[in-house]
Design a protein around this ligand. Sequence first.
Ligand code: AMP
Length: 207
Amino acid sequence: MTGSIVLFGPPGAGKGTQASLIAEITGKPPVSTGDMLRSALSEGTELGVEAKAFMEAGKLVPDEVIIGLIRERLKEPDASKGVLFDGFPRTILQAEALEEITEVSAVISIEVPDDEIVERIIGRRMDPVTGEIYHVSFKPAPIEIHDRLVQRKDDTEETVRSRLDGYHKQTKPLGNWYGERGLLITIDGTGSILEVGALVTSAVNTL
Ligand code: AMP
């Protein structure tokens, strides 16, 4: 399959966690706009400066900024056989722009109810050395790396509520948009990482 795959779902649905698995199965490089923006922010680039206030408030970064970022990323040689999008597109405008740039072969939607999202996000921790994502109760990190774990600045309860609100207003309609195009595959994301991983694997194997 030469097209790209989109991982769709609310913040905290497990998109980043499952992205590594899908990348391994398909060989497509994961492209996370959230990760790209966080690197820009920590490097203090112009893009980072532009995105900072939106991200810290849990609001979406303007479409034109994100579309420009993706347009550049897809010019890289590793993107020639399609990529795995995580956290992009998040608005219908972004999806329309993406249609002009590259082919989307499938959209895998990981569904998790809001009340579970908040618990998941607040307990989320990241290892800055490996990029691995852990959870204080659901996926505890090895004790020897506890000291270096970091929590995303936007993983607070207040910001999560704002991100969820934005998801329902701006991003969720995109699920129907892809459904109308026959591209949407829906997965129950409420199980354990391994259970969801098994569902994701069988969905990817049907592509
Ligand atoms: P994520 O890691 O995907 O949850 O993204 C973290 C934050 O980056 C979001 O809350 C937004 O502020 C911003 N962001 C990431 N991807 C996008 C996107 N496709 N469109 C707009 N903002 C985005």
